[in-house]
Design a protein around this ligand. Sequence first.
Ligand code: FAD
Length: 452
Amino acid sequence: MAHVLIIGAGISGLSVAEFLREHHQVTVLEAGPEPGGKVRSEHVDGFTFDRAANGWLDNEPAMQRLLERLNLGQQLIQGPVGDPRYVVHQGQMVALPSKPQGLVGSPLLSIGAKLRLIWELFAPGFDGEESIGQFMRRRIGPQPTERLVQPFVTGIYAGDVDHLSMQACFPVLKELESKHGSLWRAVRKQGRPIPGRLTSLRGGSGELGQALAARNTVLFNHRAIEISHNQGQWTVVSDQGTHHADALVLAGPGHAMAQLQGLDPTLAGTMGAIPYAPVAVVCQGLPKDGWAPPKGFGVLVPKAEKLGILGTLFSSSIFPSRAPADGIILRTLVGGALFPRQAALESDALLEIVRRDNAKLLGPLPKPRVTRVYKHARAIPQYTLGHTGRVAAVREASQAHPGLFVTGNHLDGVAVKSCASAGEKLAGAVIDYLQGQHLCDSPFASRTPLTD
Ligand SMILES: Cc1cc2nc3c(=O)[nH]c(=O)nc-3n(C[C@H](O)[C@H](O)[C@H](O)COP(=O)(O)OP(=O)(O)OC[C@H]3O[C@@H](n4cnc5c(N)ncnc54)[C@H](O)[C@@H]3O)c2cc1C
């Protein structure tokens, strides 16, 4: 059995380990004391707070295969179907229509903007790379872009539509445009994609990393510092010692992997150039005290509304097991690429902003029983213009080093399910590579294959 070293026990690295485990001996080096990376949870006085991701969508087959391996049974929980999501409009929460046709009667857009939506059928195409903002303004007009698309993009990337690449963030929409010439026409011909259902674990999303780490060999508090390659062997020096392997997978954040001594300078330069948006996650455990948020998932805030928060999730409405029977959890995000300085404020200041803005939207709130603020200085990688070129450069540079592989949310998708899918694919590539190596090392390798 060959030995594979993986750097980083986030969902990306642990997925690779899980899909490799029957094939090779695998060791994961993790800088911190816990598995899961961004997907971790904390239990405080009966409340379960997710530090970053609170779940994943169940429409990715690789994610489903990963979960099946873990056999989590009753631990798996799903969010409600059909409950409204809100956006702020002129200071008020307005429910998003569940279908695009619902926009006709919605106060979210002016009559002019609604008529402009119909013109999408005739909007001109564009072949080159453009930002999400450029694409959306060209196709559906400025008002839906500011009032609907920007908050939606905030919800996924905590990003700015004017900097993120359409091709890198939403490649399927870009393809539908080139195939059908219009998004409306694409929906008419292909139907709307089936939305995934939000899924998580009873004891918090952090149980995902815990379950994966329980089945795989993870060395915690082992920060990788230097890598080198000699005669088919990879060596990693960590702050705890030296480790050898036949293949090496870099699965930590791009900015952290770029710091590894001995890494190919093109890889280091390209991964180090991928920007990240900071986010502060403010969790409040409130007593019910006769108060409850409106039925729904939560509310997102368009930039023009000039609030200090990006949005609030009604976490215990989505997953009631996150709070005690007499409690409610509100989880508010602050900062992102639009307001990066806000994310770095002191915890007290963040709490004050969050309490003030939530009260504006939801009315006076009960005094929280417990609060937690989780600050992520580099929360989510930003797939800015040129990202697809950077990903291609990372692939090309890593292929020049036999046995070196790179994955992580900075490359092929920031969602948890995308990390699982990339992890499964990468495990396949590692298996193929090691099989090839084995054949090369075998005494029969130099013989003419019998099938020729
Ligand atoms: C606030 C927030 C909310 C989110 N919400 C959702 C959501 O609801 N749904 C969803 O699908 N996604 C969500 N995401 C995105 C998702 O959580 C992440 O994209 C994903 O978990 C990233 O996984 P990863 O393994 O690629 O990276 P990470 O989680 O960053 O893990 C990388 C690991 O590498 C380790 N490491 C770094 N350097 C070294 C080193 N030198 N040696 C050893 N180890 C090292 C780190 O300690 C870390 O454990 C959210 C993200 C944030 C920040």
